[in-house]
Design a protein around this ligand. Structure first.
Ligand SMILES: NC(=O)c1ccc[n+]([C@@H]2O[C@H](COP(=O)([O-])OP(=O)(O)OC[C@H]3O[C@@H](n4cnc5c(N)ncnc54)[C@H](O)[C@@H]3O)[C@@H](O)[C@H]2O)c1
Length: 260
């Protein structure tokens, strides 16, 4: 994508789950365009540093803060450490997530609870705490939620995941509606079947998933993670400044209709 190299200069951006497969590509793209990133994950700092370094991310534009964002004290500690490193926060990417594939009739209650905590509650806690900080700082910031095309389209064996992403879209719309008068915006970014991270793991380990996924992408190939990062670049840039309450779907057409 052709954005100027300084398109995000001066922006301090948070990203949860930023050391995951898609997260690293997003961090690389945003830092390459001038942003400072406070990257969160549950990984220990040595492992996180190794991942960030090997992704070619400029060390002066990134700081890593380990935290499990399903716990509110850890969310608050993350935001405080981020502010201490790069100052007031302009954008928060609520990006951490997990998926466990099991048919609904067999789905385990404890797994369901954990998935909802990681995908939905952590995003809520992070967005809420960030919005409070933006209000205190007088910053017209941006909350961005990573959701999915399956928020709208049922996809066998990941029902709780789909439900969590649908709930995130609605949470986002409510943040957008409640905060519009303050200038704080909220949007979501919905990828398709990405050739990285959780979808790639399923593609490589679950023959049934692979067979279905091969038929479900109208463009005919798995989504490059760079296309997800480009969508975040657009959303974080001034080019998206009139957007609030929207879901930006970048999915190769997966959501057009179920082909399974
Ligand atoms: N891969 C895909 O095809 C795809 C498609 C649509 C949406 N997404 C979404 O993109 C996001 C990233 O997915 P990915 O494929 O890169 O997966 P991934 O597993 O590589 O990355 C997820 C990251 O979140 C972190 N994480 C998990 N629990 C956490 C917690 N409690 N606190 C902080 N961090 C935590 C993990 O350690 C991991 O690094 C997720 O929200 C996912 O739902 C992925």
């Amino acid at each position: 994508m052709t954005f100027r190299d300084d398109a995000l200069a001066g922006q301090h951006i948070l990203i949860s789950g930023g050391c995951g497969a898609i997260g690293l590509t997003v961090v690389k793209t945003l830092t390459d365009h001038g942003a400072s990133l406070s990257v969160n994950d549950v990984l220990d700092p040595a492992e996180a540093k190794q991942r960030l370094d090997s992704s070619g991310i400029r060390p002066d534009r990134v700081t890593y803060i380990q935290a499990d964002l399903t716990h509110k004290p850890e969310v608050l500690a993350y935001l405080q450490a981020a502010r201490e490193r790069f100052g007031p926060i302009h954008t928060a990417l609520c990006h951490a997530g997990m998926v466990i594939a099991t048919p609904l009739v067999d789905y385990d209650e404890a797994v369901y609870d954990r998935l909802m905590e990681v995908n939905l509650k952590a995003a809520f806690l992070m967005a809420q705490a960030t919005a409070r900080g933006m209000l205190a700082d007088g910053i017209k910031g941006h909350l961005i939620f990573t959701t999915s095309w399956v928020a709208e389209t049922p996809w066998p064996s990941i029902g709780p995941y789909s439900a969590s992403k649908a709930a995130m879209n609605q949470l986002m719309r409510t943040f957008a509606r409640e905060l519009a008068g303050t200038g704080i915006r909220a949007n979501a970014m919905a990828p398709g079947i990405v050739n990285a991270g959780m979808a790639k793991r399923q593609w490589e380990t679950e023959p049934d998933y692979r067979a279905r996924a091969q038929k479900a992408i109208p463009l005919g190939f798995m989504q490059p993670p760079e296309s997800v990062a480009d969508a975040f670049l657009f959303l974080c840039s001034p080019a998206a400044s009139y957007m609030t309450g929207s879901v930006l779907t970048v999915d190769g057409g997966c959501s057009l209709y179920p082909m399974d």
